[in-house]
Design a protein around this ligand. Sequence first.
Ligand code: NAP
Length: 288
Amino acid sequence: MTKVAFLGLGVMGYPMARHLKAGGHEVTVYNRSAAKSAKWVAEFGGRAAATPKEAAIGQDIVFACVGNDDDLRSVTIGPDGAFAGLAKGAVFVDHTTASAEVARELHAEAAKLGFAFIDAPVSGGQAGAENGVLTVMCGGDAEPFSRVEPVIQSYARACRLLGPVGSGQLAKMMNQICIAGIVQGLAEALHFGKRAGLDVEAVVEVISKGAAQSWQMENRYKSMNAGQFEFGFAVDWMRKDLGICLDEARNNGARLPLTALVDQFYGDVQAKGGNRWDTSSLISRLET
Ligand SMILES: NC(=O)c1ccc[n+]([C@@H]2O[C@H](COP(=O)([O-])OP(=O)(O)OC[C@H]3O[C@@H](n4cnc5c(N)ncnc54)[C@H](OP(=O)(O)O)[C@@H]3O)[C@@H](O)[C@H]2O)c1
């Protein structure tokens, strides 16, 4: 049994922390809105802490899954942040999708204080978190990774160290770049199929067995075809992620013309009120 804390019980964090408890670990939770941590403890046991610092005291590993770079800074190095409570030799694992830059900054701060920092963004969405089958992309040092990896397995199907600190976030950027292009392609294909008078569902059932197959095609074509977007991975989150990719590309010189275009298309979806719609809502731009 490992002593762990989990900071941020959102769509992803709530079930991830549940898997840690089910895996036999001793779990302390913290959430900014205390009602959620009280609900979590009532459901699964463990302990709720009032601040990230209090949650971090005495733990072997502290996990976080909050919104963006600033949220992450707030729960780590902000007032009553976890870094003030972590013991020497402990490990902080960040599951937030954030920039590689903030990962490097927090890794350096952690090193000064005598503990380790691993950036470990995830892919697999709410269903992946609920079912404990996330893909976890890690950056950091090999020794602390070897200590946290068996614990991360509580909610992962794949977990791999991909290089030094920041590499997990850079890998997640590759993931989001792939998704942006794929969802736009799928949206255009479905839109085209309808205009052509095809039975789109029948076509997808066939072409999803061939080279056009993708997770987005298999899991999203029905709801895209039906114009249903009130679920899933929010457009606001996707724009945050694509912004991070485009910033990184400006630094490393990569050319991301399609990603930049799709980012603007998501801006159109936001302008018509789709901030919380699933990323598959790109098709709504074509159908109005
Ligand atoms: N949802 C997905 O499908 C998915 C998939 C892969 C990756 N991700 C990434 O995972 C992260 C979390 O996503 P989510 O869907 O779980 O988001 P969410 O449901 O909005 O939850 C965000 C959590 O972070 C907390 N939080 C936000 N800002 C904070 C701050 N300044 N101080 C303290 N706590 C703060 C929130 O607390 P409150 O409850 O008080 O608001 C909440 O617990 C994001 O980086 C997202 O991009 C999400």
